[in-house]
Design a protein around this ligand. Structure first.
Ligand SMILES: Nc1ncnc2c1ncn2[C@@H]1O[C@H](COP(=O)(O)OP(=O)(O)OP(=O)(O)O)[C@@H](O)[C@H]1O
Ligand SMILES: [Mg+2]
Length: 250
């Protein structure tokens, strides 16, 4: 891809995990040695504040830069002056807005976090449909904040069935509910440098690595093509990459 890849974390639902997933995926990409520029377009400035907390805690993540980018004029200007290499991630406010329209038009991938409930996915559907005004592919939902045991429940199965019945494109990786993810978005920088219980960090990282791998897969495709069916091999462990997602819906 000639231009620096742009990945947005967006939805019209507040509190669905946009900032959290943006920060986590940024950390995973940075851990692979790439530079990541996060554009914080949300007036809440959650990503900017996270970066400042990390700085104050002396845990500034390497190779990640967060800049504030408020309003459509500022975003349009910033998108004209992107770095030549690395990745650009965009954190977006949970509303449909002129900024969101620019993001929907310019991002190569729009990752849409949603909790695994029909109520939440019913909000994700019109958002995905809205982005279809600007593009025909590269917008995918992922289920976020899923508790380990939740996957056996009818609510979860109904949520997956809802995705499938409404033909909403989705990532096969499910981001689990993990205290480590909250720690990172507090002031701990990135998972790769977290000096905590190695096993829980390893599992958390594998979970994020699986989502990141799917995003990178999507970026490597020529525009307008659907994503390939994920194989579930090589990027994470079976317990973190939910290759059985489709099967679980039946
Ligand atoms: N996978 C997860 N595991 C644990 N906690 C999570 C996870 N995802 C999100 N959270 C928590 O849920 C809350 C909302 O997450 P976050 O701020 O990322 O959502 P958001 O979509 O950016 O919200 P907003 O619409 O306000 O910008 C936060 O307290 C965050 O720590
Ligand atoms: Mg946010």
């Amino acid at each position: 891809m000639a231009q620096v890849p742009i990945v947005a974390f967006a939805s019209s639902k507040g509190g669905s995990g946009k900032t959290t997933s943006c920060i986590l995926v940024a950390g995973e990409i940075a851990a692979r040695g790439e530079r990541v520029l996060i554009l914080d377009t949300d007036p809440q400035q959650s990503a900017v504040k996270w970066f400042e907390r990390c700085r104050a805690a002396n845990r500034l993540p390497e190779r990640i830069e967060v800049v504030s980018c408020l309003g459509e004029a500022a975003l349009a200007e910033r998108l004209k002056a992107l770095p030549d290499d690395g990745f650009v991630l965009i954190d977006v406010q949970g509303i449909l807005s002129p900024v969101m329209a620019i993001v929907a038009a310019r991002a190569h991938v729009v990752a849409v976090p949603s909790r695994a409930s029909q109520l939440d996915l019913e909000e994700a559907l019109p958002f995905v449909q809205y982005t279809a005004h600007f593009r025909s592919s590269g917008v995918q939902v992922f289920l976020n904040e899923v508790e380990g045991i939740a996957r056996t429940t009818q609510v979860f199965k109904d949520a997956v069935a809802y995705l499938q019945n409404n033909k909403i494109p989705y990532f096969r990786t499910i981001i689990q509910q993990r205290p480590k993810f909250r720690a990172i978005t507090n002031d701990k920088g990135m998972l790769a440098t977290l000096d905590a219980n190695p096993e829980s960090v390893r599992k958390a990282r594998a979970n994020v690595a699986a989502l990141t791998a799917e995003i990178l897969d999507l970026l490597s495709l020529p525009p307008q093509q659907p994503a390939p069916a994920p194989t579930g091999e090589g990027v994470a462990e079976p317990d973190t990459r939910e290759t059985a997602l489709a099967a679980e819906a039946v």
